[in-house]
Design a protein. Structure first.
Length: 132
């Protein structure tokens, strides 16, 4: 007897392969289950209205310092640049492997940081040597 894959209403978010997670989000519920009745129905099927997040973001921002607001602004600028390049971010339908992309970006960041430090070290070494 072959085991059936559980529906999206019975499986925690993030479990299984990317293909299985995508199928869970896009699959129709079984006949016995009504759409919108599972534990994940709100987050898996419908995005939360943006106005709720704007309100929360505004209340958080009121309590942040200048440098913290600068960090938040930088992240918002990156989101806007991503939107211009790739379109609106929609997690329910986006099939990218964000964990893999984060790993690749972290590796790139390590390369840029090391190259920048080496360049600075070499420039500093040449400057010190000249003044001796």
């Amino acid at each position: 007897m072959r085991a059936q894959r559980p529906s999206m209403y019975h499986t925690p978010t993030g479990c299984g392969t990317l293909r299985e997670r995508t199928l869970r989000v896009t699959s129709k519920p079984k006949r016995r289950e009504r759409a919108g009745t599972g534990p994940q129905s709100r987050s898996a099927l419908q995005p939360i209205p943006a106005r709720q997040f704007r309100s929360r973001l505004k209340s958080f921002a009121e309590h942040l310092g200048s440098d913290e607001l600068a960090v938040l602004t930088l992240i918002a600028e990156r989101l806007r640049a991503g939107r211009e390049s790739y379109g609106v971010l929609q997690l329910a339908t986006d099939v990218r492997d964000f964990a893999q992309e984060a790993l690749e970006e972290a590796a790139d960041m390590a390369v840029y940081a090391a190259a920048g430090l080496l360049k600075k070290r070499r420039t500093s070494f040449r400057t010190k040597k000249r003044w001796r």
